[in-house]
Design a protein around this ligand. Structure first.
Ligand SMILES: *Cc1c(COP(=O)(O)O)cnc(C)c1O
Length: 228
């Protein structure tokens, strides 16, 4: 077994535990999503061997090839990249979760295309929390309408929100953005009590995200090293 992979996983799980402790939260309330984009299937096999089950991918064709190559393993796959409408059929057929749902047309297509043989698709609404032009994600005031549409879609299950804030170095500034996200999440939960997942925090800001209620952190670099 690769000692570097083991060490990186242990360090990441330790960061999550420490952040939970600081926030007065139980460590099992935060799940780790290993973001394996542009990393080879061997690296995923290795982390699976160390107990990791949930993996995130951003590029549909690359992801489908890996999912098929790793079909012998018990893995949970999350799609976290931008969604082009000509890729929804592949996404609906191969993933367990979609975290980057941000517009009505994609809700409709995924609902129509989710194969009947599979369980309903778990979905998160991606919100463009810093309202950056060109960035994926709906505006905060669009969440409610999308959530209603998803709740009316029988092949989709609304699980919560995902966001990728603009990079900030300062912990308190990172926290302030995640605090705004948490407010949106709590408002969504009030209307949709089934909602249980707040996907926030990456390698550089997982502590701030956990301090503000993240239940799923998406970690690439800290687990796999820098991407090419
Ligand atoms: C690449 C990516 C990550 C992981 O980022 P790191 O900084 O490498 O941890 C998380 N979420 C999304 C949506 C990504 O595209």
């Amino acid at each position: 077994m690769n000692q570097i992979a083991r060490k990186r996983l242990e360090t990441t799980l330790e960061r999550i535990r420490t952040a939970c402790q600081a926030a007065g939260r139980e460590p099992q309330t935060v799940r780790l999503l290993a973001v394996s984009k542009r990393k080879p299937v061997e690296a995923i096999r290795e982390l699976h061997g160390l107990g990791q089950r949930a993996f995130g991918e951003n590029y549909v064709d690359e992801a489908v090839a890996k999912i098929e190559a790793l079909g012998d393993l018990d893995l949970q796959w999350h799609y976290i990249g931008p969604i082009q409408s000509n890729k929804t059929k592949l996404i609906a057929a191969h993933f367990d979760w979609v975290e980057s749902l941000d517009r009505s047309k994609i809700v409709r297509r995924l609902n129509e295309q989710r194969p009947q043989a599979l369980a309903p698709l778990n979905v998160l609404i991606q919100v463009n929390i810093d309202e950056e032009p060109q960035k994926a994600g709906c505006a905060p005031d669009e969440i409610e309408a999308l959530a209603g549409q998803i709740a009316d879609s029988d092949r989709l299950i609304l699980r919560g929100l995902m966001a990728i804030p603009a990079p900030r170095e300062d912990h308190e500034e990172q926290r302030a953005v995640f605090a705004r996200l948490r407010e949106l999440f709590e408002k969504l939960q009030a209307d949709h009590p089934e909602v249980d997942t707040l996907s926030a925090g990456m390698s550089a800001d997982l502590e701030a995200a956990i301090a503000e209620g993240a239940t799923l952190v998406r970690i690439g670099t800290a687990l796999f090293g820098l991407r090419d």
